[in-house]
Design a protein around this ligand. Sequence first.
Ligand code: SF4
Length: 242
Amino acid sequence: MIRSVMQRVTKPRRENKTKPGAHAPPLRAVYRDLYRAWGPQQWWPARTRFEVIVGAILTQNTAWSNVEKAIRRLRAARALNPETLHRARLEQVAEWIRPAGYFNVKARRLRAFTDLLYGRFAGKLNRLFALDTAALRAALLSVNGIGPETADSILLYAAQRPRFVIDAYTRRVLVRHGWIGPEAGYDEMAALFMRTVPEDTALYNEYHALLVRLGKYYCKPVPQCAACPLRARLPASGPRPL
Ligand code: SF4
């Protein structure tokens, strides 16, 4: 499947519509550069759709290694399911997820999600995921503590919908290369990818994972351009300020 994903970004495609006459950011070529450098990233690292949702909420403001510890504790307590997380005392949920940091806040966010699930969908993920993409995104965004990045992570990795996920790493890359202004908001960046890169769940899955690797190891607060697979795509003057 990944091979076909590569082929789809290689196909000629209509021009980017950012601005008439403007240079389209080479986002399909960027994908090819990264994929050739590192290959498939095997995301999202979770066993079930519900685990993706829990991970997407717990990963806010913390390293993934801390999320893994919290997920292991939930699994060991047999609590990695909607019903247990919905029925348990909030203090108990916070204790299970303690390694993820901000555990009281995140326990309330998990509860807000299960409140939605039980309040409107009888506790069934299948019913929630039966919504069309726009309605599902709106339902997720209605949950206290679920913003656009978390909602799109759930849409892409749990519900298998073609929504591009934007995170701080992605923003850094776009701004440093001059492909978007430093003032650009989430929706503008997501729209840029979604009109430039073919709408394809597997491709968006892989692309976001590659950008995370790029941001983690190369496009760090101090960029490591000399060894980066995207160095040839930098402006002649070097990385732009954030
Ligand atoms: S070349 Fe430099 S600015 Fe561009 S993505 Fe790599 S580290 Fe970031």
